[in-house]
Structure formats: structure tokens, C-alpha cells
Design a protein. Structure first.
Length: 613
């Protein structure tokens, strides 16, 4: 098997290098749910004459429809209502289908059987409302004045997570009017709206709205002037965060809402800001086996950092990675972003997810980039700035968030939007905390006795599930969180005999598949319990193996079986090869990172060679 492993490592490395671009980065597709494709069709049809691009996106979108008439988010999905609504609405709007076509009839029948437009995700309803196909009053309505509330209020705009704020700013402007785009091409979806189905806002959400309204009443000033100031502040918030490529924070979704919000504020369809934003989103396109796809945000920083690290892991590659390193150094951030509100004493030094991202760094990308840099005196200032930024992001509870410190106001979970408990907050998570510990232990050489390490370990121990697993926020799900927690704890010197370590290993070994690998369904993050996929994926098998290797430090029967499965999967490339193992928003946004089938197997196969029998 050793020869087979060496061949697999060489093959993976060769394929990775083939993806390196002229600027030194490694470019792989960040393939997410079809919402971005459907919404891009709406944008292009409304604001441009990009007929060829519309046709390409429609062709791929239509090819993803099942024989039963619905669209899925992942292979074992029994049909997703929101995805089906978004897809059929876009295909009708573009004129690709008409209401008389069988695919549309099947899709609408599925929609009606599953509760109609009323049961769709809040973001889907927003898109429909913008186009006059869903009543705005049925959606939430936070007063635009929230942007004026001080931090001392029970709730303020800056209590939202960074990724929620950048979506909430345009959504607040749109819902305040309420705005409806007028266009004779907009398809009629009224036959999918079940009018007798009343939507209820929870008691907690009503309480939140009341507290916001009470806080607004305390603002000093003339009511109409305060109202106009609120709208101007929200508009300014968006405009100040537009990146050089024209997108808002480098995200498709926030840019999509921003474009319509600008129109609602009086901007013309052909305004340069809107035209540049759409061109920026067109640059998010990537090729898949089914055709052209629009990424929510390109993953060039993340992929380049992780792939560089994997290629340099012992036994090291003979191919210099100077260009990739220079690419990463060029994109270390030097601007102050919103993160400084909670950590004003810290200098910029983090990295973001996309190369167009200059003000929205995150902990994961920063630790990944730092691990990819040479330990060289000439790079010490870059390394120190990055390390200080990561340490400054540690939450008071000891764990690490993704983007900003201290975004944990529990009131934010009552915002009447689906997924508010995930999107509105940026709390400590097992995956971020575990991987940050792994970086601190293996790369920055922090000792077990360091107070920051101890606080993080306490957080991890207190958030371990009864079955020994940890919930992973940004990947699928319990395998992901458990891998990150175990490798992080071991990297800083926690004993393999530690009770939490032993429980975590028992969980992983108890869910090993018969084929020797590991596979978890995307359903886990919605059910909040481990749900097996029924087959093994490359990335989840690699994560489990990395954790087992970190703890056992030798070859065991479970590790041997896992490696054999990994090698078979690399050869076979069956349906699991494209199964999403990244998570964005439970039940709505999942990610198939094309790079993950290279990064994690390469690291694990190299690690296996260093283990004793």
C-alpha cells in the first residue's frame, strides 16, 4: 500500500499545481446551492443584455431538476421547497420555460404539495417580494432606525454578525418602502401562494420588535429627520463597504440585495455602481461538470493557503511555492474593518476568503494563511500582525468566532427570519476554536499552560456533546467539529488519555463505515444530531483519519481501513466526490469545495507515512 500512497500523493500534487493561476493563487470552484444561479438570472434579465450568460445559467439550472420536478440541495435531499421556487421562478422570468412546459407544471405541483410560497425560506420570500410575487407585510419589518441605536440599547445594528449586517442593510431599505420592481416579464406565481395559510410571528420575535420600537422612541430629534437619517446611514453603510470589484463584501447574496436597494433609493438601472456590481458578480462564475455556476464568493485565499500548506507538509514538494506565498502576502489586509468596533486596540493583519475582500477578514483564513508562510525573518512582521489579530478575536468565553469578537447578543436570535440563530450571531464554535488551537500549537508553538490556550480548552470541554462529538458550524457537521476539536487539543499538548479526547475518538470509531471511511449527511446540521450519509466522502474520511492519527500516533486497524477507503475513493470518484461537506446556512446553503478532495486527502496520506506501525 505504501507505493500506492506515494503514487496518490504525486497525482494529487500534480493536479493541484495544474490549477495554479498566473497570480500565484490556486483556483478551485466554491460550488454552493443554486440560489446564486437563480438570482443571477434575475439580475441579468433585469439589468443587462447578457443573453448568452443567461442561457448558460438556465441550461445548468434546468439540468439539475429531478424527474419528480423538484430541485435538491444535496444528493440525499428529498426535495427542497425554496430551491424549487427559486429555480422555476428564474427559468420562467428568463423565458427559458413557460407555464405550459411539463418541468414547470411538475415544479409547481411540488411547491403546492409542500405548502406553497408561504413555507419558503425567508430569503426566498425576499426575492419574490422584490418582484411583487410575495406580500411584504407577511415578512419581518424591523424599523430602519435600528442603525441609529447606540450600543447601550438592548439591541443595536452592530449586535448583528458582520455577515448579517451586510445583508440587513439593503434588506431594511427594501422592506421599509416596501420596494417592488416593476417589469412585465416577471412571472405570475400566485398559483403557488396558499392564501389561507396564516404566518405567525413568534412571541419572542414580537417582543424583540417591541423592544426595538421602544428604543427608537427614546431617540432625540424630529421623527421625519431621524427617519431620513436612518435611511441615509444604511445607504452609506453599503456604499462604504463596496470592494474594488464592485461587490458588497465580496458576497453574491449581499450584492444582490444591495443592487435592488440602490434602485429603491432612486439609483437608475444603468448607474455605474450597479453596472460594476453586476460585472463583479459575473466574475464569480466558475465551470462545473454541469455548466457555468455563480459562486457566492470565490475561495481563492482559502484554497491557496490550505493547498500551499498541504503541498509543503513533509515529505515536502520540490516545486517552489514562492508565487503562492507572494499572492497571500499581497492580500494580507491593511485596512480597518468592522471588527475594530469590538477590538479597537488591534492593528489589521488578517486575511479574507476572496482576493477581492480587503476589509472583512476571518480567523480561519488568517490561521490558514499564516501556516502557509515560510518561517523566515523577512516575513516576521506579516506573521506577527496576523497572529496578534487572531489572538484579539478570542471571545470572552474562551472560544473563537469566525469574523468578529463578541457578537453573541441572544436577542438577535429572535429576529423574525429563518436561520436567525445561525446568521444573526457569530459565536464561538468548535471548528474555529479547534483549528485555531491547532495553529497555535503546531505553528506558533504555544504551550499547554498559556492562559489563552487553557480558556479555549475549557470552552471545548464544556461544549462536547454527550456522545463525544462536537458540532461543527462551517462544515458537515459532527465529523467536522470533532476533527477540529481533537486535532486542536492534541496540538497544544492535551494527553491522549484525557477524558474528552477518549470520548471524541470513541465517537469517530463508532461511526466508521463498513468500507472503512466516514460520511455524514447534510441533514445533521438541521436535526442537530449525527445522521449517516450511507457512504463515505473523501473530506470527511480525511478529517476522521486526521483526528485518529493525532491521538493514536501510530497505525491502527481503523486507520488502515480508512486509508484503504481513501485510496479507493480517489480512484473511483463516485457520486460522493461532489457531495457538499461545507456549510453556510443550515437547510439552505451548502458548499461543495472542489479543493477539498485534494487538500485533506493529501495531508492525511502524508501524515500516514510518518506513523509507526
Amino acid at each position: 500500500m505504501k507505493e500506492q500512497i506515494h503514487e496518490a500523493i504525486a497525482q494529487l500534487a500534480a493536479e493541484i499545481h495544474a490549477h495554479q493561476t498566473v497570480d500565484g493563487s490556486f483556483h478551485f470552484c466554491f460550488e454552493n446551492s443554486l440560489m446564486t444561479d437563480a438570482n443571477m438570472i434575475l439580475l441579468l434579465q433585469t439589468f443587462t443584455k447578457e443573453k448568452d450568460l443567461i442561457q448558460q445559467l438556465c441550461a445548468r439550472l434546468s439540468s439539475l431538476q429531478t424527474e419528480e420536478g423538484y430541485w435538491k440541495l444535496y444528493a440525499d435531499d428529498a426535495g427542497n421547497l425554496s430551491a424549487t421556487i427559486e429555480a422555476v421562478f428564474a427559468l420562467l422570468y428568463a423565458g427559458y420555460y413557460s407555464n405550459e412546459d411539463l418541468p414547470v407544471k411538475k415544479a409547481k405541483a411540488f411547491i403546492r404539495r409542500h405548502g406553497g410560497l408561504n413555507r419558503a425560506h425567508s430569503l426566498t420570500k425576499m426575492t419574490l417580494a422584490i418582484h411583487g410575487e410575495y406580500p411584504w407585510p407577511n415578512l419581518f419589518h424591523l424599523p430602519v432606525h435600528i442603525i441609529l441605536l447606540p450600543p447601550s440599547s438592548p439591541i443595536s445594528f452592530y449586535d448583528f454578525s458582520s455577515y448579517a449586517r451586510v445583508h440587513m442593510a439593503p434588506i431594511l431599505l427594501l422592506s421599509d418602502q416596501p420596494f417592488v420592481m416593476k417589469n412585465k416579464q416577471i412571472p405570475d406565481m400566485s398559483d403557488c401562494f396558499i392564501r389561507e395559510d396564516q404566518e405567525l410571528i413568534s412571541k419572542e420575535s414580537r417582543s424583540l420588535l417591541t423592544s426595538v420600537q421602544d428604543a427608537v422612541k427614546s431617540l432625540a430629534g424630529l421623527p421625519h429627520k431621524l427617519y431620513l437619517l436612518s435611511r441615509q446611514r444604511l445607504l452609506t453603510y453599503m456604499l462604504q463597504r463596496i470592494e474594488s470589484d464592485g461587490t458588497l463584501y465580496s458576497y453574491f447574496t449581499s450584492t444582490f440585495y444591495m443592487i435592488y436597494a440602490l434602485v429603491s433609493c432612486g439609483y437608475q438601472k444603468h448607474d455605474p455602481i450597479i453596472k460594476k456590481a453586476i460585472q463583479g458578480l459575473i466574475q464569480h462564475a466558475c465551470s462545473t461538470d454541469r455548466g457555468l455556476h455563480i459562486q457566492n464568493s470565490p475561495s481563492d485565499i482559502w484554497d491557496t493557503a490550505l493547498l500551499s500548506h498541504a503541498l509543503q507538509a513533509p515529505p515536502t514538494s520540490d516545486v517552489p511555492l514562492h508565487e503562492a506565498e507572494q499572492f497571500l502576502l499581497k492580500h494580507q489586509q491593511t485596512k480597518f474593518g468592522d471588527w475594530m468596533v469590538a477590538t479597537s486596540h488591534t492593528e489589521p493583519g488578517g486575511w479574507g476568503f476572496s482576493k477581492s475582500n480587503t476589509i472583512h477578514p476571518d480567523v480561519d483564513d488568517t490561521t490558514a494563511a499564516l501556516r502557509a508562510l515560510r518561517k523566515d525573518s523577512s516575513l516576521q512582521s506579516h506573521y506577527t500582525r496576523g497572529l496578534k489579530w487572531v489572538l484579539a478575536m478570542q471571545n470572552e468565553d474562551g472560544g473563537w468566532p469566525a469574523f468578529e469578537k463578541g457578537k453573541t447578543n441572544p436577542l438577535m436570535t429572535f429576529v423574525p427570519m429563518d436561520g436567525a440563530e445561525y446568521a444573526s450571531l457569530d459565536p464561538s464554535t468548535a471548528d474555529l476554536t479547534g483549528r485555531t488551537l491547532e495553529f497555535l500549537g503546531t505553528d506558533a508553538r504555544f504551550p499547554l499552560t498559556d492562559p489563552r490556550v487553557q480558556r479555549a480548552l475549557n470552552w471545548l470541554r464544556s461544549h462536547q456533546e454527550n456522545d463525544g462529538s462536537w458540532y461543527g458550524r462551517w462544515g458537515i457537521t459532527y465529523i467536522y467539529g470533532t476533527w477540529a476539536a481533537l486535532t486542536g487539543m492534541r496540538a497544544v499538548g492535551v494527553s491522549k488519555d484525557d477524558r474528552s479526547i477518549k470520548k471524541g475518538i470513541h465517537f469517530l470509531e463508532s461511526i466508521q463505515n463498513e468500507d472503512g471511511g466516514w460520511g455524514e449527511s447534510c441533514k445533521s446540521d438541521q436535526e442537530k444530531s449525527y445522521i449517516p450519509l450511507g457512504d463515505s466522502t473523501l473530506s470527511q474520511t480525511s478529517w476522521a483519519l486526521a483526528a485518529l492519527m493525532a491521538v493514536h500516533e501510530r497505525r491502527t486497524p481503523s486507520i488502515e481501513r480508512g486509508i484503504s477507503c481513501l485510496l479507493r475513493k480517489l480512484e473511483a470518484k463516485d457520486w460522493t466526490y461532489e457531495y457538499p461537506t461545507g456549510a453556510g446556512l443550515p437547510g439552505h446553503l451548502y458548499i461543495y469545495y472542489h479543493s477539498y478532495n485534494y487538500i485533506w486527502p493529501l495531508l492525511v496520506l502524508k501524515k500516514y507515512l510518518s506513523l509507526s506501525s
